[in-house]
Design a protein around this ligand. Structure first.
Ligand SMILES: Nc1ncnc2c1ncn2[C@@H]1O[C@H](COP(=O)(O)OP(=O)(O)OP(=O)(O)O)[C@@H](O)[C@H]1O
Ligand SMILES: CC(=O)N[C@H]1[C@@H]2OC[C@@H](O2)[C@@H](O)[C@@H]1O[C@H](C)C(=O)O
Length: 364
């Protein structure tokens, strides 16, 4: 099957779209991929829905801003599909649609991804698999992370020596540990770039710490790091998952911009170091993907504090599109009734399939 996968992550930067040829088990080929960045008004609508979701917290009527955000998500996903399909002119059989996470409360079996998969299916004339976290949560899993089974397929395709760890540093960072045989472990490690991004945005200093310049110019405050790292989350064994806003900037508010950026950069890495201590065995190598790999200050610290790492792009992968590819892979699994999540990845009692299919409706 030729499947288009989408991810619009917690960084709220836009929509990643990538095509994968797969049967949901093997990866046969990588098709074109593209990032469609949100325009300012689009981004504002999605941010508004995210802020409203935090206040709403799943209690009472859905905030009115969700509808506007869903319209933006539909429009940007349709445009991203057209852009990616124009690259090689090929058709697609299926779409894997994640939607925009605005709230994640696994302890209450609640996760909210905005989007209108039925409208997307009709707009593109292709069946869409969506709601990939719901069955897992309903069965008592964390509903995240979903990508580990795709990371395993990548490790198989590249014949990477086991155990190996895939580390995605997005707004939130998550890792998949792939052992020999069926062995897997996976969980969210802590904040990735999300808090650094929020710091800069809250101080009118841009959207993110470009090339890690502010983080490199500042000094990490150990006492503040200790406070952040005291949260029980970092010692709990997985499976476990986070909401992007589970940690706040309050502790770094009195610091200079540089010192705050350095402290939050160190926080992301120390959280990964805690995660490494929870793994069944040390991975031979860390394969790193997600936007954090473009931050040299963060990556230098990863090498110093955690271990040898390699950018996914240096292994022949597309580090910025692995999550979108994963959604394509999971959609293919979903239509075949194969499990998406596992006891070792989300804590679900047994491997379970997931996702809901939406077929295109003809207009009129
Ligand atoms: N050149 C760069 N310098 C520093 N940071 C960068 C650079 N390029 C990207 N980033 C970081 O990567 C982030 C985007 O990462 P990514 O697209 O992986 O996140 P996401 O997919 O939205 O998040 P999640 O995986 O949590 O859903 C940016 O917000 C920024 O913090
Ligand atoms: C609830 C939610 O959207 N979580 C995201 C987020 O972004 C990174 C990390 O936290 C991960 O757990 C997850 O995304 C990826 C795609 C996943 O489920 O594997």
């Amino acid at each position: 099957m030729r499947v288009l996968g989408y991810m619009s992550g917690t960084s709220l930067d836009g929509v990643d779209a990538a095509i994968l040829e797969t049967d949901g088990e093997r990866i046969d080929a990588f098709g074109p991929a593209t990032l469609l960045s949100f325009g300012a008004a689009e981004r504002a609508a999605v941010i508004r829905a995210t802020e409203d979701a935090l206040r709403w917290d799943g209690i009472g009527a859905r905030p009115a801003s969700f509808a506007a955000a869903e319209a933006v998500i539909l429009d940007t996903h349709v445009r991203a599909a057209r852009a990616v399909l124009a690259e090689d002119g090929g058709a697609i059989d299926l779409i894997g649609f994640h939607g925009q996470t605005v709230l994640h409360r696994p302890e209450r079996r609640l996760t909210v991804q905005l989007g209108d998969p039925a409208a997307l299916a009709s707009a593109l004339g292709v069946p869409v698999v969506a709601d990939m976290r719901q069955a897992d949560l309903a069965a008592g899993g964390q509903g995240a992370p979903l990508v580990p089974i795709y990371h395993r397929a990548l490790a198989d395709r590249l014949a990477l020596p086991r155990p190996i760890a895939f580390l995605n540093i997005g707004g939130v960072a998550n890792l998949s540990w792939i052992g020999a045989g069926e062995g897997m472990a996976a969980f969210d490690t802590g904040p990735g770039n999300g808090m650094i991004d929020l710091l800069l945005q809250s101080r009118g200093a841009g959207r993110y710490d470009e090339d890690g310049r502010l983080g490199a110019a500042g000094r990490a405050h150990q006492a503040i790091l200790d406070v952040y790292l005291r949260a029980p989350y970092f010692r709990q064994s997985g499976p476990k998952s986070l909401d992007r806003y589970d940690f706040t900037l309050a502790a770094v508010e009195s610091l200079s911009l540089e010192d705050a950026a350095a402290t939050l950069t160190a926080f992301a890495i120390e959280a990964i170091r805690c995660a490494a201590d929870l793994l069944p065995a040390p991975p031979g190598e860390w394969i790193v993907c997600g936007g954090g790999v473009h931050n040299p200050t963060l990556m230098q610290l990863l090498g110093e504090r955690v271990g040898t790492w390699r950018a996914a792009d240096d292994c022949g992968l597309r580090g910025d599109f692995i999550e979108a590819e994963a959604m394509a892979y999971l959609a293919a699994r979903s239509v075949r009734g194969l499990p998406l999540t596992f006891p070792a990845t989300t804590g679900v009692p047994h491997p379970i399939p997931g996702g809901r299919i939406f077929h295109p409706q003809s207009a009129g």
